[in-house]
Design a protein around this ligand. Structure first.
Ligand SMILES: Nc1ncnc2c1ncn2[C@@H]1O[C@H](COP(=O)(O)OP(=O)(O)OP(=O)(O)O)[C@@H](O)[C@H]1O
Length: 266
């Protein structure tokens, strides 16, 4: 059964149909990449799922609950975590305090209790940090960390809420190729271990092809293809929208005589 069911999603800005009748679903434990050229509607779709934008029409059902009309915080409480393009940790707090603060918030404790709660769920916070390889740096302030390490902390913070669905907006933006691979390998390991589903937008095709289980492709607000990365890669509409954008998919070195085509949606 799907964890997330998006049906006929619509959003316009003035005369621009940013998202036009988009439908897709996501199963537990699946990594689904949302790709498309600039202006395709990726951020708009993403921000409707996390509640930052209200859809004009359609439905977004998460675990059977309609998300349209809910506030971002209410959606978070239902088990939808998120990470941001620019890492969003509190730089003045230590690594472990960032995780502890999320655990406090999850348990609906008041922020004003924070000073008295430096030991709050320390073991749980340390265990989360160990999962992202940051336990040794637990006492360092976030502001002194390397960017790749901040992204790891952000992942620990996102996982602290034990999300059933994790939304990642260009998780590897601004990272060097090696760091990218490390972060995505870590994400994949965590989501497999926890059965978390991931919906992520991404500009790096290397990341998408290496780590996505499935991908959906938007162009001008419409879903033009979906399928496994190897299937979508050869889809004519996908080739067409990327042609000339400098992001044309490279043909993989192919040893098989024919590849299955992605299911055509639009
Ligand atoms: N707040 C807004 N007001 C007006 N138009 C908007 C707004 N947000 C997005 N749009 C328009 O909606 C369309 C889709 O934009 P969106 O940001 O969702 O695309 P995207 O695929 O995320 O692009 P990019 O890869 O460049 O971030 C574009 O034409 C964009 O100009």
């Amino acid at each position: 059964m799907s964890l997330l069911e998006v049906r006929n999603l619509q959003k316009s800005f003035g005369g621009v149909r940013a998202v036009n009748n988009v439908s897709f679903s996501l199963a537990p434990g699946e990594l689904l990449a949302l790709i498309g050229p600039n202006g395709a509607g990726k951020s708009t779709t993403f921000n409707m799922v996390n509640g930052q934008l209200k859809a004009d029409g359609g439905s977004i059902r998460f675990n059977g609950t309609e998300l349209i009309g809910l506030k971002p915080r209410e959606i978070w409480r239902l088990g939808v975590g998120r990470t941001f393009q620019i890492a969003e940790t509190f730089s003045s707090l230590t690594v472990i305090e960032n995780v502890q603060m999320t655990l406090l918030s999850q348990d609906k404790k008041m922020f004003s209790f924070w000073r008295a709660a430096a030991d709050y769920k320390r073991d749980e916070a340390l265990s989360l940090l160990a999962q992202v390889g940051m336990a040794e740096q637990a006492e360092r302030p976030c502001r002194v960390l390397a960017y790749g390490d901040v992204k790891r902390v952000e992942l620990a913070v996102a996982m602290a809420n034990r999300p059933k669905l994790l939304l990642m907006d260009e998780p590897t933006a601004g990272m060097a190729p090696r760091e990218r691979n490390e972060l995505m390998a870590l994400t994949k390991k965590l989501v497999v271990e926890h059965g978390t589903a991931v919906l992520f937008t991404e500009h790096s095709m290397d990341v998408v092809f290496a780590y996505a289980d499935r991908m959906i492709v938007l162009a001008r607000g419409q879903l033009i293809a979906e399928g496994k990365p190897m299937e979508v890669r050869g889809h004519p509409k996908v080739q067409e929208v990327y042609f000339g954008s400098g992001k044309t998919f490279e043909k993989p070195v192919d040893t098989t005589p024919s590849k299955p085509m992605a299911q055509e949606v639009a």
